[in-house]
Design a binder for this molecule. Sequence first.
Ligand code: LLP
Length: 410
Amino acid sequence: MLYFIKNQLYVEKVSLGSLGRRFGTPLFIYSKQQLINNYINFDSAFSSVPHLICYAIKANSNFSILKTLAKQGAGIDITSGGELYRALRSGFSPKKIVYAGIGKTSEEIEYALKSNILMFNVESIEELHLINRLGNRYRRKMPIAFRINPHVDAHTHKYITTGKSGSKFGIPYPEALDVYRFASRLKNIDVAGIHCHIGSQLTSVKPFHLSALRLAKIMGSLSKNGIRLRYVDMGGGLGIKYHNEKTQTPKDLSNAVLSVFKDFSGTFIFEPGRYIVGNTGVLLVKVIYRKKADGKNFLIVDGGMNDLIRPTLYEAYHEIIPVGNHNRKKVKLDVVGPICETGDFLGKGRLLPLAEQGEYLAVMGAGAYSMAMSSQYNSRVRAAEVMVDGSNVRVIREREKYQDLTAKEK
Ligand code: LLP
């Protein structure tokens, strides 16, 4: 949904430059049409089987994004009480909510029990006991899946790999049979499914296939023990193109997974986050100063690691494009933010025109894990967010004010 018309970068029918002038920067800009298209693309890849696409809310939890997806019929994958609150308030049916996370507190579990969510993805025996105890109080036999760690390498950044042995996530797969047998004897537990999530930004579907084989094997043993599951939840993780990665499609994922579960007649669940929102968003920033130091060029912009921490935290690459006239002579430069840390950069060693002061740059692929991970570090107010729908633009989160910085302090 992003393209150039006469040397100006547009999102749907609105130029990014005009949005910068109207709403100020740093500014997150989302394309509603791209969001809907991504959801439909993912959903339709699984049309041959009963399935539920549970959007991973942690990727971007803005109300308007959530409402748009809820209207498309999406389910939602949550990981905290706060996410449950957002999911319910934005119109998701509780029967489409799955809840993962290794540290659910008893307050969070009670909130989810009272809300009648579809299923807990349980990550430890102590958590199972707590759900069983609280289920008794609410007279509920609560559906659960165990999150199984299949010991498969997702080949992604070490901070977003979750399925290798030694990880804090899930139940190691050699223990799966025992925990299922144990859970099936608990009064308030309905052993409903099996779950895994091996990591994020996977550029190959092979690790999904290998994980599926492990889960299928467990399910075979369970069925010999009289335990039949209704849900197979393969988590999220499908990667997107930020730079020159060779990515795979939801259809590739579907082929890699469904081929393993030919005899399964229950419901498949997937929890994509990044795939749904990643390429819908742009972070628009403005050049404040240009600077040359020790022979190096810097563009100092008004957005930094508090707005987009991915480059700093994961050495992530986000394409950076001037919103106007990009056919100028290019030089090698670093695009850096105003924060007092050397790690505060949006891009290093980029070939870009030495943009003028006041010029806008678009940081691409900023729909997922960008605003959601933003902070007020250096007492910077959080950016505004707008959603573009054709030629309509709506502010979906106001820019914070200085008063917001101190509002909760005594
Ligand atoms: N399901 C579970 C249980 C998860 O933990 C996650 C992501 C997802 C689904 C969605 O994964 P996705 O489809 O978005 O890859 N902040 C990092 C990514 C952290 C992902 C955490 N879990 C980043 O900016 O790359």
